[in-house]
Write a protein that binds this ligand. Structure first.
Ligand code: G1P
Ligand code: ZN
Length: 543
């Protein structure tokens, strides 16, 4: 086992996006590609002596290869200890839990989240810092800059380590410990929720269908929902992680989790449906024949949080990403707590959580979480809903309808235009930005425009500024259209158009969302010439 230094040449484009560096598997398979990025990361992190690093991923194709490389490099850089999830498995929220419970200096997550996997799919790598959350932009930018100057990498020439059995190994001076990927995570959930109440709910015959989409959520859900909480076997479906997620798209929304939606529409539908994504940080909640919008889910959780043991003392505040609907703002106002609006991406919540300014946070993209860790957490959301149903005796639909009755319904949809040429997407955003100064006061969709700007965020804890975070056109009534380009895609550009309209009148609560939002879709076309720039008549995905 020797420490070796290999010459390296920089690769183009190793800039982390909304959530780490994501590329096609074939890009990561280029000799030296992963090594360069990890070297840049270790260079930025500095002295590793005495430190603990956590490594694990969502089990997708290339996970094991990447982990072996990272272990050789971590040992070469002198980490004292590296903790690896058994079989190379750690869901994103479990990674956050392990970093925190073991006081690690950070962790490397191998995942491309909800993006498809397999040899033709996507792969990704993300660094999480000591608070358990995604590295902030200052760190990810430093990694990128460093990746452009890489001249050599340091690695061991050691053989692969066995990842499938618990135990410890020595790599040079580094102790590699293969840990149970579920234990730390379960302990965190047990401390938050009333497991007895949920157990009693299942004992009364409550039926849940939890679809973990052949992804990493399976082992966690099996252990907690079926194991500890006594739900019948078969409650968790598609539970064995597969390297290609069964050839499906592990994104828990009504478009990709069609099997779950079909089950929830059937005459004998279970009481509640839920799904988690590739790395188990996203969640979708479904009632009987009733899909819950993620923005509404966040608002319901906030409204009832004090019924949950872990939040009984009340919420310090809440936060949502800018495009997420304002439903939670209305709940926060009622509760008399602060509501923060951050740019898209979980990394912006970290500082607010660390500073104790917020307890719950969420995004429209099927992500919800809290101060218990520093990542969004799919199974946590499922447990929260189960706990609420157990103590209120209300169904999923009743809880959401009560929210609408009290605050009005924030009718919401996101339209994605995928795989458009990057120059066309850039041109659309450029023209749109140029048009913004003239928009306030003009009448669009029958109302005056109140605000037309490009969202910029100043972090209230460290003063860092993130600009160009999405173009917003907000009408006098609060209805709004938001435009931004995805930062997680791997092919061309994806334009996301977010549409929100507040419907106070219960008579309008059952209008199909797309129908209620049609005037805003027309507004988007009018101001941004979406058809012209995307070459598409309709979005590729509507959620
Ligand atoms: C997408 C979502 C965003 C989420 C991110 C990681 O990013 O929109 O809310 O935080 O995935 O799960 P985007 O592709 O829009 O940059
Ligand atoms: Zn994810």
């Amino acid at each position: 086992m020797n420490l070796i230094t290999r010459p390296a040449t920089p690769f183009e484009g190793q800039r982390p996006g909304t959530s780490g560096l994501r590329k096609k598997v074939s890009v990561f398979q280029q000799p030296g590609y992963l090594e360069n990025f990890v070297q840049a990361l270790f260079n930025v992190l500095g002295d590793a002596r005495g430190k603990t690093l956590v490594v694990g991923g969502d089990g997708r194709f290339y996970n094991r290869v990447a982990i072996q490389t990272i272990l050789r490099m971590a040992a070469a850089h002198g980490y004292a200890r590296v903790l690896v999830g058994q079989g190379g498995i750690l869901s994103t929220p479990a990674m956050s839990a392990v970093i925190r419970s073991r006081s690690a200096s950070g962790g490397i997550v191998l995942s491309a989240s909800h993006n498809p996997g397999g040899p033709d799919g996507d792969f990704g790598i993300k660094y999480n810092i000591a608070n358990g959350g995604p590295a902030p932009e200052s760190v990810t930018e430093a990694i990128y800059l460093r990746s452009r100057e890489i001249t050599q990498i340091q690695i061991l020439d050691s053989p692969d380590l066995p990842l499938d059995a618990l135990g410890t190994h020595a790599l040079l001076g580094t102790t590699i410990e293969i840990i149970d990927p579920v234990a730390d995570y379960s302990a965190v959930q047990r401390a938050l929720f009333d497991f007895d109440a949920i157990r009693a709910l299942f004992a009364r015959g409550f039926r849940l269908r939890l679809d973990t989409m052949w992804a990493v959520g399976g082992p966690y859900a099996k252990a907690i929902i079926e194991g500890e909480l006594g739900a019948p076997e078969g409650t968790v479906v598609n539970a064995t992680p597969r390297e290609d997620f069964g050839g499906l798209h592990p994104d828990p929304n009504p478009v990709n989790a069609t099997d779950l939606i079909d089950h929830m529409r059937a005459a004998d539908a279970p009481d509640m449906g839920a799904a988690t994504d590739g790395d188990a940080d996203r969640n979708m909640i479904v009632g009987r024949n009733f899909a819950v919008s993620p923005s509404d889910s966040l608002a319901v959780l906030a409204a009832h949080a004090t019924r949950i043991p872990g939040y009984a003392a009340g919420l310090a505040g809440v936060a949502r990403s800018m495009p997420t609907s304002t439903a939670v703002d209305r709940v926060a106002a009622k509760l008399g707590i602060a509501c923060f609006e951050t740019p898209t991406g979980w990394k912006f919540f970290g500082n607010l959580l660390d500073a104790g300014k917020v307890t719950l946070c969420g995004e429209e993209s099927y992500g919800t979480g809290s101060s218990h860790i520093r990542e969004k957490d799919g199974l946590w959301a499922v447990l929260f809903w189960l706990n609420l149903i157990a103590v209120t005796g209300q169904s999923v639909e009743q809880l959401v309808r009560a929210l609408w009755a009290e605050h009005g319904r924030c009718v919401y949809s996101r339209h994605d235009y995928e795989g458009i040429p990057t120059d066309q997407a850039d041109a659309l955003m450029r023209d749109l930005r140029a048009a913004l100064p003239d928009l306030p006061g003009t009448i669009l969709a029958g109302e005056p425009v109140a605000i037309a700007d490009d969202f910029a965020y100043t972090d209230p804890t460290d003063g860092s500024v993130s600009s160009k975070q999405g173009v917003r056109i907000i009408l006098q009534s609060g209805s709004r259209v938001v435009f931004r380009l995805s930062g997680t895609g791997t092919e061309g550009a994806t334009l996301r158009i977010y549409l929100e309209r507040h419907a106070p009148d219960p008579a309008h609560h059952d209008l199909p969302a797309q129908q209620a939002l049609a005037p805003l879709v027309a507004l988007a076309e009018q101001v941004a010439r979406v058809r012209h720039f995307t070459g598409m008549d309709t979005p590729s995905v509507m959620t």
